[in-house]
Ligand binder design. Structure first.
Ligand SMILES: *[C@@H]1O[C@H](CO)[C@@H](O)[C@H](O)[C@H]1NC(C)=O
Ligand SMILES: *[C@@H]1O[C@H](CO)[C@@H](O)[C@H](O)[C@H]1NC(C)=O
Ligand SMILES: *[C@@H]1O[C@H](CO)[C@@H](O)[C@H](O)[C@H]1NC(C)=O
Ligand SMILES: *[C@@H]1O[C@H](CO)[C@@H](O)[C@H](O)[C@H]1NC(C)=O
Ligand SMILES: *[C@@H]1O[C@H](CO)[C@@H](O)[C@H](O)[C@H]1NC(C)=O
Ligand SMILES: *[C@@H]1O[C@H](CO)[C@@H](O)[C@H](O)[C@H]1NC(C)=O
Ligand SMILES: *[C@@H]1O[C@H](CO)[C@@H](O)[C@H](O)[C@H]1NC(C)=O
Ligand SMILES: *[C@@H]1O[C@H](CO)[C@@H](O)[C@H](O)[C@H]1NC(C)=O
Length: 529
């Protein structure tokens, strides 16, 4: 249900046109000529980032076992991609029939003995979305002409590993058989040990990160690493979860928090007064208002009673669905992952399955598959067949019966590492910020329930704009200063909470500078964001 449906963003260039062209001084309110190509070309012509000029003979992880994974170049990526590997690594080294697909890029900064794993959600959506549109070295964003170098890439700081998992996702091969996170986590850690053996990696610090339904993958995989008690391969040091499915998401992270969310973003929804009144009265009569009043408090009041939302039996209290449907009526290009989106829909090189603006899907191209040592299978951003086979069982109705992470595995991971970051974006409606906070207030870790004090410390981003500054006259004045207050942070007992302003669900895509700071915190390079 948290499947990544079509993501739709307003054409990238539109907001820049006025700034760009106003230098020519047409009438202040005149119709501007549109030059999307000029903007796009300018983006592509950004000066190349400085690389350590590294001959392949100096590649850190190149050996006779990894040579077959080395990626020499990628179609459309017109610059030196540096040291990068990809391909399939089997889960069981003696049986190649089930294997996970990875992309591995060592850091372009100072070498570090650590690996940061990234996973997207779905369940069943490819982690190459993260690689190619969020935190990778080069990104090809929706609506843009070509891939460009990403100056906020996580490879600036750490060795990055993107993995298509569980079996059935992206380029990974094998028949899905799992009905729980415990099973897929075992598959993952076996794959991961084989990966490290192949690459000659041992005793590295491990960080596990991801977004959305990976809010379940990340803590379960992290917990499996802790339980394995093998620090040579699973020396887990921390975890990061973006807009994660950690609690009873349909109730806490959607229904209960929908009306206040709509109210707070009233200008974007533009609902009429009678509809707002209808939502508000359901918010009260369905008990959501009372639930929030009682449990979204600091310190936490009490353990919350079990709650779930059944869209059949509780249809009349489905405020989330009602609001979403009404939003699409008013704005056909509404995007539940990023509520500021307006028409037109931008084309997307990832070819997300239900996208109305379908285009040639990059990872389904045969030259791309060849370059990446990927299997020649019909590639989709999100699997059509379920990657968990338990039908509609489980707390999220996804055929995955494992308990919500707040109940056990997430506390375990926080207590073992004291370095876990949970973050939610404010323009995300599929997982609502206050809903995630509500889920945290129902979690007991390091001896206490929830946060004791209300989050209120600002996140001040000092990283300058490294992409758009020169394309916009208005930005010119502020080119070299930071971004400003972009969120709220709050840390208690090893758990860092970070609310992110002006961001959709995919935080490294929408707010890459904020995500960069999150990563610095995760890696222990800073004690505050
Ligand atoms: C490999 O695994 C598959 C799927 O689990 C199984 O059907 C097959 O028999 C296995 N092959 C060998 C040689 O063990
Ligand atoms: C990332 O590394 C590149 C290449 O060294 C550099 O140009 C860029 O400024 C770095 N980004 C950040 C946010 O430090
Ligand atoms: C989120 O919860 C806080 C604390 O209860 C409240 O002040 C804020 O208005 C809520 N925001 C939204 C969007 O509901
Ligand atoms: C709150 O946590 C308790 C204990 O883990 C769990 O039984 C209950 O279902 C949770 N309630 C919600 C609304 O998540
Ligand atoms: C919702 O309730 C209906 C009717 O009781 C039941 O058949 C269905 O399995 C329930 N759905 C979920 C996801 O629990
Ligand atoms: C108000 O909005 C609701 C939901 O979109 C719609 O069904 C209704 O027709 C609207 N009422 C008026 C008077 O436009
Ligand atoms: C932006 O413009 C400045 C001044 O003209 C120039 O030094 C710099 O290299 C440009 N940066 C980019 C990213 O184009
Ligand atoms: C941008 O700023 C630079 C340095 O302050 C200045 O020389 C230049 O004229 C400005 N460009 C525009 C288009 O305003």
């Amino acid at each position: 249900m948290v499947s990544h449906s079509f993501a739709i963003i307003a054409f990238l260039a539109s907001g820049l046109l006025f700034d760009q062209l106003s230098a020519a001084k047409p009438g202040r309110f005149g119709q501007m000529a549109r030059h999307p190509h000029r903007i796009a070309e300018q983006m592509m012509n950004l000066p190349k980032l400085e690389h350590r000029a590294t001959a392949s003979s100096q590649y850190r992880f190149l050996n006779s076992d990894t040579e077959r994974y080395l990626v020499h170049s990628l179609p459309e990526v017109n610059f030196d991609i540096g040291e990068m590997y990809s391909g399939l690594v089997p889960i069981d080294p003696n049986n190649e029939s089930r294997a996970l697909f990875f992309i591995f890029q060592p850091t372009i900064g100072s070498p570090v003995d650590e690996i940061t794993i990234w996973m997207n959600g779905g369940p069943g959506c490819t982690s190459l979305e993260g690689f190619f549109q969020e935190n990778g070295r080069f990104t090809w964003m929706k609506g843009t002409l070509k891939p460009v170098e990403n100056p906020y890439s996580w490879v600036n700081l750490t060795n990055m590993l993107w993995v298509d998992q569980p079996v059935g996702t992206g380029y990974s091969i094998g028949k899905p058989t799992a009905t729980s996170q415990e099973e897929t986590a075992q598959d993952f850690i076996q794959f991961f040990k084989n990966f490290q053996t192949t690459f000659g990696i041992k005793k590295f610090k491990i960080y596990v990160t991801g977004e959305s339904y990976a809010g379940r993958y990340v803590p379960y995989i992290s917990a499996a690493m802790l339980d394995a008690k093998d620090p040579d391969y699973y020396d887990l040091k921390g975890a990061l979860l973006y807009d994660p499915c950690i609690g009873q998401y349909d109730y806490a992270q959607q229904e209960a928090t929908t009306f206040p969310f709509v109210q707070q973003n009233a200008n974007l929804f533009n609902f009429n007064q009678s509809f707002m009144e209808q939502l508000e009265s359901l918010h009260t009569s369905c008990g959501y208002e009372e639930f929030l009043g009682k449990y979204l408090v600091f310190p936490a009041a009490d353990v919350q009673p079990p709650k779930s939302f059944n869209s059949t039996t509780q249809a009349s209290c489905g405020v989330f669905g009602m609001a979403k449907t009404a939003a699409y009526n008013l704005n056909p290009c509404f995007d539940v992952y990023e509520i500021t989106s307006m028409c037109p829909m931008a084309w997307d090189v990832m070819g997300l399955i239900s996208s109305a603006a379908k285009s040639t899907t990059y990872f389904d191209r045969s030259d791309v598959k060849e370059a990446l040592h990927a299997p020649n299978i019909n590639w989709r951003a999100c699997a059509i067949l379920s990657v968990f086979v338990g039908g509609s069982a489980g707390p999220e109705g996804e055929g995955d019966v494992s308990a919500n992470p707040i109940e056990h595995v997430l506390p375990q991971v926080i207590e073992a590492t004291n370095r876990v970051l949970i973050s939610n974006a404010d323009y995300d409606m599929i997982i609502i910020t206050n809903g995630t906070l509500l889920a945290i207030q129902n979690m007991t870790w390091n001896g206490k329930l929830g946060f004791e004090t209300i989050p209120n410390k600002p996140v001040n981003i000092g990283i300058p704009d490294l992409v758009y500054a020169n394309m916009s006259q208005a930005n010119n004045k502020t080119r070299f200063v930071g971004q400003g207050i972009m969120g709220i942070q709050h840390c208690e007992r090893g758990l860092m909470w970070a609310e992110t302003f002006q961001s959709g669900h995919m935080q490294p895509e929408y707010q890459p500078r904020v995500a960069y700071r999150h990563l610095e915190w995760l890696l222990g390079r800073t004690e505050e964001i």
